[in-house]
Design a binder for this molecule. Structure first.
Ligand SMILES: C[S@@+](CC[C@H](N)C(=O)[O-])C[C@H]1O[C@@H](n2cnc3c(N)ncnc32)[C@H](O)[C@@H]1O
Length: 258
């Protein structure tokens, strides 16, 4: 009778305390199988945006929202889980070190960074780990933002600090005027350029509005024509810190807003 009591108590103890603790530790560990990733973080509902533009004048599929929406649910030519256009952070890091304001981990003053057209690029999380702590990243494809939610879901502090939004670069929030210290974009302006005449000009006007005077803008781009880039980043308004026109793959451009 005594032995039975002890076993009952042990069973009750393991099922009530130990089993749930161990199971939770396994399921939420970064090493748990990828198909269980939904358990790491219950994703927040991503708000869709009404699409106001017409992509009929797009120069290629990369200039249409339909293409990107499909791509991020696995119907495109690239990996829908995670894909980094042109380069990953391993290549870009040296440009950050040389040309951009570097986060000071000891200072309480955080630099506010905006990442337009973020896609499913893990560079977002790399920048966070590098020390940029106040990041807003957006894409006009809700599916891209849902992929990003998955990518950052393993890092609980990143989940809290990074704001992921569905936005169109051609129409940004009114209250963002003069609020970002840094803009980093890779391939976003290229896709917008390919969406038809006038669009990349609209997007750069908006990005110019939201970046602070003295703010830094890094663009990794291989499609926007050099003459157009010179026009939209005119030297009256932008100091050219690095001109990537002669870079081999895509150019890395850095401007400072005058
Ligand atoms: C070439 S991909 C680059 C993705 C990511 N930045 C990278 O480096 O891997 C272009 C991204 O821009 C987004 N995009 C295209 N036009 C946009 C717009 N008008 N506003 C916001 N995002 C846009 C697409 O959905 C896509 O995710």
């Amino acid at each position: 009778m005594k032995q039975f009591d002890a076993r009952t108590i042990w069973l009750a103890y393991t099922s009530l305390f130990l089993f749930p603790i161990c199971t939770n530790a396994f399921l939420t560990s970064p090493n748990s199988p990828r198909y269980l990733s939904f358990l790491h973080n219950i994703p927040e509902e991503v708000e869709e945006l009404e699409y106001k533009y017409d992509d009929s004048e797009a120069e290629s599929q990369f200039g249409t929202k339909e293409y990107w929406d499909d791509m991020y649910i696995g119907l495109g030519d690239f990996d829908s889980e995670e894909y980094s256009w042109y380069f990953g952070f391993d290549t870009i890091k040296k440009y950050f070190m040389e040309y951009m304001p570097i986060p000071d981990k000891k200072s309480d003053e955080k630099m506010k960074m905006l990442i337009p057209g973020v896609g499913n690029d893990s560079t977002l999380l790399d920048l966070y780990k590098f020390g940029y702590r106040d990041i807003v990243a957006f894409d006009y494809s809700k599916n891209a933002i849902e992929r990003q939610q998955d990518l950052i879901s393993y890092d609980s502090s990143a989940r809290e600090d990074i704001e992921l939004l569905v936005r169109d670069a051609r129409e940004l929030d009114d209250e963002w005027t003069d609020s970002f210290d840094i803009i980093f974009e890779k391939g976003g302006l290229d896709a917008i350029y390919l969406s038809g005449p006038g669009n990349v000009e609209l997007a750069v006007e908006e990005l110019k509005r939201v970046i602070k005077h003295g703010g830094y803008f890094m663009s990794v781009s291989g499609v926007v024509p050099a003459e157009l880039r010179r026009e939209i980043f005119s030297t009256d308004e932008w100091e050219w810190i690095r001109d990537g026109t002669d870079d081999l793959k895509a150019g890395c451009f850095v401007w400072k807003k005058v």
